[in-house]
Design a protein. Structure first.
Lengths: 249, 249
DNA sequence: TTGAAACATGCTAAAACACGCATAATCAGA
DNA sequence: TCTGATTATGCGTGTTTTAGCATGTTTCAA
């Protein structure tokens, strides 16, 4: 087997799996690990891959983590916020959960939008109330130290009495098999109550959370009207969701 | 699994949830906690995450309300906060209003105080919940754009159902002739409901608000159990109140 | 104050590595 | 095709990295 042929094979493996193990290549091609190591070293010097202990990983795969991830995630969340804003119409009644994406949204809402917001997040409420044409109503209750949203029976009770046009929820886990999932029982209860209180449901999820599952189920995919991510709707990453009965944004 | 791959996974978890627990990562990836700890330590040294006891948190995760925002008459308000803290005992149930003094108080509460706080102010709630031994319950309702507290009929209704040991209220106007007064009808209604819900009432006022009157009456002086100012109790400025049936602090 | 969890540290085994060297494969020019 | 030069490959040796474990200590929360 020629050297170039071999390196092309390795390159293909890396493009396929984002990484290779020296031992795997060695076994697959029946060559010594030394040879693989030499190949990887050479390819790394040419900038084709990133050499790491035990093998190599794709350059593109590793790239996002070198960048300042704070800015990366934040701009994604601002992109999402811009998409959500298109769903909002005058005189709507909207119910929102918490999370940093929701706070970004609250900041980005145009000042001329006239609407009523219910929210279980005091942080979101405080941002929303800065816009003069919004009516902001906090769903009060016990404040969770970890997530900074109101939870508990009192929240559920209050949610039972209201009906809103649109519910905006952040997803913790989201996949085709399991639908929307979460890891905290209390959170699941609150989210379910929020969904019951809404005519339409929009789920916000950055792409990294897609295709991940948590232990507890919040709702099925068919209850969801909109799925909002930072990706373009025709992104291949979203293909599992494209044929489902929900609008991708 | 490659080390870099593992660290990328941890990084993703941190971006998603703003934090990770060593034990969770260990369980998710089936690796020893030692390895996770070493990874987190290494990543912390590279400045990617902030290491904390039990795991790590995102470097970009900042609590939205920095302590360094200048507050008018701050030192006076901190003095007042110190005096109020002396009124607080373990297992008390306390109801508070809003205002910068109350926020200062919330920050200054000792971490070992074990108590339940009801509050109509989301800002106060968010500060209180940072203390681990406190249970914080927001009285929800329409959020006032100007005063940043919850107001309206729903607040009154909820207050009718609770009974607390101590109510802490900031005064807008306060004088011997007119008692406690305020300028906003809605605020007066909420404050009255708060007073009704409390066994004891403590009024907080910086000295310059003493001997001033607003248009609407909140309550008489004889309903007040404690008057807390930044002045010494025997200050001549307080002499009009010294013979009344309230404790000066 | 106390017990459990998280931690630091040192150690060990295994894996991955670098290096030198011998051998095998490849290539260029006769 | 032959031959020498060049390059590539595999192996042995010793080193470094890694991950898990045992240990004693620190930190945290009840």
């Amino acid at each position: 087997m020629l050297k170039d042929e071999r390196q092309a094979f390795i390159m293909r493996q890396i493009n396929l799996h984002n990484k290779v193990l020296s031992t795997d290549i060695s076994a697959m091609l029946n060559i010594s690990e030394d040879t693989v190591r030499r190949d990887l070293k050479e390819m790394a010097e040419e900038g084709k891959v990133l050499k790491v202990h035990g093998g190599a990983i794709s350059r593109s795969f590793h790239y996002p983590f070198n960048a300042d991830n704070a800015v990366y995630a934040q701009s994604a969340k601002q992109q999402i916020a811009q998409k959500i804003i298109k769903l909002l119409k005058n005189d709507m009644v909207i119910l929102t959960g918490g999370g940093t994406t929701m706070i970004e949204l609250a900041k980005s809402i145009p000042d001329n939008l006239r609407a009523t917001f219910f929210t279980i997040s005091p942080l979101v409420a405080l941002e929303l109330v800065e816009h003069r044409n919004l009516t902001v109503i906090s769903i009060g209750g016990q404040l969770s130290p970890s997530s900074h949203v109101h939870m508990g029976a009192s929240v559920i009770n209050q949610l039972a009495d209201i009906k809103v046009d649109l519910c905006l929820l952040g997803a913790n886990g989201f996949s085709v098999q399991d639908g929307m999932t979460d890891s905290d029982w209390e959170v699941v209860q609150v989210k379910r109550a929020m969904i019951r209180a809404a005519k339409k449901l929009a789920i916000i999820s950055i792409a990294e959370k897609l295709n991940s599952s948590q232990r507890m189920k919040v709702c099925d995919l068919n209850q969801i009207n909109y799925l909002i991510t930072e990706l373009a709707p025709d992104n291949h990453f979203l293909s599992p969701y494209q044929q489902l009965d929900m609008e991708l944004l």
